[in-house]
Write a protein that binds this ligand. Structure first.
Ligand SMILES: CC(C)(COP(=O)(O)OP(=O)(O)OC[C@H]1O[C@@H](n2cnc3c(N)ncnc32)[C@H](O)[C@@H]1OP(=O)(O)O)[C@@H](O)C(=O)NCCC(=O)NCCS
Length: 178
C-alpha cells in the first residue's frame, strides 16, 4: 500500500493529490493541494515531519527523509518543501528546507539544515552540503554545490512552468485520459 501510517499517524493529503501506486508515503507527512508523487518515490515521515507545498512534484525515485531527535541533533530536523517546486528524478532531500518555485535537479542530493530561498535551481547531480543557505534566484551546481550564476528571466519563468506542467500531467493520470 502506498500510503502507510508510522505508528498511528497517517499522511494528510490535500485536494487532488496524485500518488503513483508504486510510490510510498509514510507517517507524519502533509501534502498540499495538487501535489504529485511519481513512481517509486519514497516520502518517509517517521522520526520527524515532512511538509510539501501545493503543486509541488516529487519525481520518480526521489527519496525524502528527516532527522531524529537525539544527542547529535536535539529536536531533530524536519523537511519542508514549498509550493510549485519540482524535485527531479532520483533526487535525495534530507531534513532541509526548500523554498517556493525551486527546482531540485535530477539526482541532486540536499543534506540536513540546508535552506534555499525561493526561485533557486539546483543543477542535476549537485551535492548541497549541510547548513548551506542558497540565495534567491541562483543556479547552484557541482559537488559540493556552489552558486555559479544568476538565473535568467526565462529560467525563472521555467520554474513555475515546470510546476504547472506537472499539475496538468497528474490530472491526466487522475482522470485516466489525455
Ligand atoms: C545547469 C543546467 C540548468 C544548464 O545550465 P547552462 O548554463 O545552460 O549550462 P551549459 O549546458 O551551457 O553548461 C555550462 C557549464 O556548466 C556545466 N554544467 C552544466 N550542467 C551542470 C551540472 N548539472 N553540474 C555541473 N556542471 C554542469 C557544463 O559542463 C559547462 O561547463 P564548462 O563551462 O566547463 O564547459 C542543466 O545542466 C541542469 O543541470 N538542469 C537541471 C535539469 C533537471 O534536473 N531537471 C529536472 C527535471 S524533472
Amino acid at each position: 500500500m502506498q500510503i502507510r501510517p508510522y505508528l498511528d499517524v497517517l499522511p494528510t493529503l490535500g485536494s487532488r493529490v496524485y500518488i503513483d501506486p508504486s510510490a510510498v508515503v509514510i507517517g507524519k507527512v502533509t501534502l498540499g493541494d495538487d501535489v504529485s508523487i511519481w513512481p517509486t518515490a519514497v516520502v518517509r515521515g517517521d522520526v520527524n515531519t515532512i511538509e510539501i507545498g501545493a503543486r509541488t512534484s516529487i519525481q520518480d525515485g526521489a527519496v525524502l527523509h528527516v532527522s531524529h531527535d537525539g544527542p547529535y541533533k536535539p529536536g531533530g530536523r524536519n523537511l519542508v518543501i514549498g509550493a510549485d517546486v519540482t524535485v527531479g528524478h532520483k533526487a535525495v532531500l534530507h531534513a532541509c528546507t526548500i523554498g517556493n518555485a525551486c527546482l531540485v535537479g535530477i539526482g541532486a542530493i540536499v543534506l540536513d539544515d540546508v535552506v534555499t530561498e525561493d526561485f533557486v535551481m539546483i543543477g542535476a547531480g549537485a551535492l548541497v552540503t549541510s547548513n548551506q543557505q542558497l540565495k534567491k534566484g541562483g543556479l547552484y551546481l557541482g559537488s559540493p554545490a556552489r552558486r555559479v550564476r544568476e538565473l535568467s528571466q526565462r529560467e525563472i519563468e521555467f520554474l513555475s512552468y515546470s510546476a504547472a506542467h506537472y499539475v496538468r500531467l497528474k490530472d491526466k493520470y487522475r482522470a485516466g485520459r489525455d
